[in-house]
Design a protein around this ligand. Structure first.
Ligand code: SF4
Ligand code: SF4
Length: 362
């Protein structure tokens, strides 16, 4: 990939810290890569603490302690303490399985600022089937109650697909009943595990249209009670999203083994050279890593993006999706109605089958 040396260097605001890929759940849309980092390759406590300090020095404000399931790390409290001591706003993104009330108490004392709990459905049986883990739903309810008891702000994450899209209203009601101040409704994004399960997860166009109306009605009904964030699913959109706020522009992602990526799916693009925090500082990586410079600015773009008025608004969409759908990471994201491959997206969305999920497993 050609470097884009003259692109302006922005300050990163967010760090996604994938503390581990280990997770008891097996969601068929998991955003972790198909090849998961084993436990023995994970960064140790001291390395993560150094990374948090370097992130804060670089201008990062917020760290998302994520995974896998972050509670699979026995040093989660020490890691939270280190992130807090570095001056970062700490957000725990958890499946809830493995976070006991005792651990949550310790995390709160360590300075944890915010918790995001993912729910798979409002119906317990369906939720556990999607997660591939019996009893997960009950644990999520229990942890949410503990989070609100400790007065830690709570966001509920809902990943939407064909099996639960008809129950968006029930899931928002559930989030309200759990005391969440925000609910994030995200449609599945199709790379990695989700790409393998695309035909089993894809909703129909009619379902997506109904879901959009439901979200608008819920926003009106619950205005002032809960913040509802939702975006149009890519395969049914006319314009792409500014993926991760632009490649190498606002965020960085550190994998369990220490590789630094511009977005969590970036390893799905072959030929990119990622640097590791084991060999480089975060500042060096942000500035000079070939992967970060590959799609900065606009000189890498092809037509129609190159001459488009929106190129500094959506940055040509998602590079991982462009590669997944066209085989060319520099192509215009096919979600865009101006992209040469746009019609193929609708054809792919029309392929739906009711086979068992391929669950994410180590
Ligand atoms: S998406 Fe599911 S399987 Fe993947 S890390 Fe989150 S809870 Fe675990
Ligand atoms: S052509 Fe490229 S820059 Fe223009 S709207 Fe489509 S994806 Fe965005």
């Amino acid at each position: 990939m050609a470097e884009n040396a003259h692109a302006p260097l922005h300050t990163p605001l967010g760090l996604l810290a994938e503390l581990t890929h280990r997770c008891p759940l097996g969601c068929p849309y998991c955003s972790n890569p198909l090849t998961l980092d084993p436990r023995e390759r994970e960064l140790d406590t001291a390395s993560w603490a150094r990374v948090f300090g370097e992130a804060a020095a670089l201008g990062v404000l917020q760290v998302h302690l994520s995974g896998g399931e972050p509670a699979a790390r026995r040093d989660l409290v020490a890691l939270t303490t280190a992130a807090h001591a570095a001056g970062l706003y700490t957000n725990l993104i958890t499946s809830a399985v493995g976070v006991t009330p005792q651990i949550l108490d310790q995390l709160a004392a360590a300075g944890l600022d915010h918790v995001q709990i993912s729910i798979q459905d409002s119906e317990p049986e369906s939720a556990d089937r999607i997660a591939g883990y019996a009893g997960a739903f009950t644990r999520k309810r229990a942890l949410a109650a503990e989070v609100t008891r400790l007065k830690i702000p709570l966001t509920i994450n809902v990943v939407v697909h064909r099996a639960n899209i008809e129950r968006i209203a029930e899931m928002v009601e559930l989030a309200l009943s759990l005391g969440a101040s925000r609910v994030e409704i995200a449609h599945v994004q199709y790379y990695g595990w989700a790409l393998q399960n695309r035909a089993r997860l894809m909703p129909s166009a009619a379902q997506v249209a109904r879901a959009a109306e439901t979200v608008e009605a819920l926003r009106r009904r619950h205005h002032g009670e809960i913040v509802i964030d939702a975006v149009v699913p890519d395969y049914y959109a006319r314009l792409p999203k500014p993926c991760v706020g632009g490649w190498g522009r606002r965020s960085l992602n550190v994998t369990p083994a220490g590789k630094v990526l511009p977005c969590h799916a970036a390893e799905s693009i072959p030929g990119l050279e990622f640097w590791s925090v084991r060999e480089h500082s975060l500042a060096e990586i942000w500035k000079n890593s070939p992967a970060f410079n590959a799609f900065r600015g606009s000189s890498w773009m092809q037509e129609p993006c190159r001459g488009c008025a929106r190129r500094d608004v959506d940055f040509g969409g998602c590079r991982c999706q462009a590669f997944a759908l066209t085989g060319d990471a520099r192509a215009t994201d096919p979600v865009c109605h101006l992209a040469p491959a746009h019609n193929e997206v609708a054809a792919l969305a029309a392929i739906q089958e009711d086979a068992p999920y391929a669950y994410r497993r180590m």
